[in-house]
Design a protein around this ligand. Structure first.
Ligand SMILES: Cc1ncc(COP(=O)(O)O)c(C=O)c1O
Length: 468
């Protein structure tokens, strides 16, 4: 149960095992077995208690630029979540809920209003079609179990948020089929790692010819780790592709309010005038990212398919949100004035500033990266700093950052087909971004290339790719 699947990969890229508890497959000898986005055990960045209330605590451990969290708005959120309207406990909140949610009025109505407004739905969304679970990770697990049999698989474009692999596999043994996207741009108007219907068609056909029973497609918009925001017409094309092939579509919109670039516009699929296949379209959103509170486990599903809603809701017994948290979330999400006038303005301004800081650092060094206006990450192209274009080399560079006490996530954690891409999280406090800079994380990659071209001596513990 604890081993993630050997992914159904249609490329020659070797699968890598991301679980701490599962050794990598024999064919790939990686020097480390780590979940590349998390700090090594025992070295988690936990700053000592603040010395002064006004000075940031000193950071002596590894700086975590690997976990996709927004650390810029704890002040706003802790203030809002401790206001007096949050501290009401009615007896039903302390009792067993009806798992679909006894909180039809208390929670699902405000949630449906929230989604209607922020997803710009053409008509009010129906609270009966809303289900909440403790996070979108749980929703992926639940949806996989409800939509698929264990022999089925789900289509997804790579690179993608790697946690999905485990989420859909752990309970149900469902595997992913990868649509490998490339950084190479094919013509004017195209962009790196662009998903197209043609690529979906080709991969689906090949998978079916090889005997895979593909049941669903996962779309992430805004995208993690690319930061891409798909246009409404792109999303419509993907949904129409899915309809042609009778695929369910799980649309992950968890970053929908984290589009901080004013020139980028997010289009929820719930804003479409008409969904091509409403009974097979399931949209998820959660508060981890957009409200900077990943510790409060809360994710929500909107689906017009009542069987799917009921199936997912039956798993609330294991993955439900407790009554008191449901109540607080409802209070938060119905406070539109605060969200619009205070929270989103400040959050977006802080995200813009933090992104600009890290982007400037990369630009100054001439390191290429994808400059997008959504999410908390920059997708960096360190390919030219690898000694050889291999995933072993990618891990060696990742290890090198770690030696400099900076944790990034390497492309393999997102099943990227090209070695050398890294994701850095910029949504962090200035003092930690500055400290990261002083630890010279991008510079060490650049310098490493200079050393490689000259008289490079591998440090102890580094893997020499030539030796294998
Ligand atoms: C695209 C995407 N979907 C889902 C999740 C999981 O979110 P949650 O905290 O709600 O489980 C993440 C977390 O990183 C994510 O990046």
């Amino acid at each position: 149960l604890l081993c993630p699947p050997q992914s159904v990969s249609l490329s020659s890229a070797p699968p890598v095992c991301l679980s701490l508890l599962c050794p990598p497959p024999q064919s790939v000898s990686l020097p480390l077995v780590l979940p590349f986005s998390s700090p090594p055990p025992g070295q988690y960045l936990s700053p000592p208690p603040p010395v002064s209330k006004y000075l940031p605590p000193p950071v002596s451990g590894i700086i975590n630029f690997g976990t996709s969290e927004n650390k810029l708005c704890f002040d706003l959120m802790s203030k809002r979540l401790t206001q007096s309207d949050m501290n009401i406990i009615e007896p039903p909140l302390l009792q067993y809920p009806d798992w679909k949610g006894h909180n039809l009025i208390t929670l699902f109505l405000p949630l449906a209003h929230f989604l209607t407004y922020y997803c710009k739905a053409p008509a009010p969304l129906n609270p009966e079609n809303v289900v909440t679970l403790n996070g979108c990770g749980s929703l992926f697990s639940a949806l996989a179990a409800v939509l698929c049999d264990s022999s089925d698989s789900i289509l997804i474009a790579t690179p993608f948020y790697g946690g999905i692999t485990q989420s859909i596999f752990l309970y149900s043994g469902i595997k992913l089929v990868y649509v490998h996207l490339e950084s190479k741009v094919s013509g004017s108007g195209s962009r790196p790692f662009q998903l197209t219907v043609q690529k979906l068609e080709t991969t689906l056909q090949a998978a079916r010819e090889q005997g895979s029973s593909v049941k669903a497609l996962i779309l992430i918009n805004p995208h993690n780790p690319l930061g891409d925001v798909y246009s409404a017409s792109e999303m419509l094309e993907f949904l129409e592709f899915a309809k042609r092939h009778s695929l369910h579509v799980i649309v992950d919109e968890i970053y929908m309010l984290s589009v901080f670039d004013e020139s980028a516009t997010f289009h929820s699929v719930l804003s479409l005038e008409k969904l091509p296949d409403p009974q097979r379209t399931h949209v998820m959103w959660g508060i981890s990212k957009d409200f900077a509170v990943s510790g409060i486990r809360f994710g929500t599903l909107y689906s017009q398919n009542q069987d799917v809603c009921n199936g997912v809701a039956s798993l609330c017994y294991f993955h439900g949100v407790c009554g008191t948290v449901q109540f607080k979330m409802a209070q938060l999400l119905r406070d539109r004035d605060w969200i619009n006038q205070v929270y989103l303005r400040v959050n977006h301004a802080r995200l813009r500033a933090a992104q600009a800081y890290v982007a400037e650092e990369l630009r100054a060094l001439g390191v290429p990266f994808l400059n997008r206006g959504a999410g908390f990450f920059i997708w960096i192209d360190f390919r030219k700093y690898l000694r050889a274009p291999t995933f072993e080399e990618e891990v060696a560079l990742w290890r090198h950052f770690l030696d400099n006490k900076v944790l990034l996530s390497c492309g393999k954690a997102f099943e990227c087909g090209e070695p050398g891409w890294f994701r850095v999280i910029f949504a962090d406090k200035t003092h930690r971004l500055q400290l990261g800079k002083s630890r010279q994380w991008p510079t060490v990659a650049v310098q490493r290339q200079a050393v490689t071209c000259g008289n490079f001596k591998p440090r102890q513990g580094w893997t020499n790719p030539g030796a294998r």
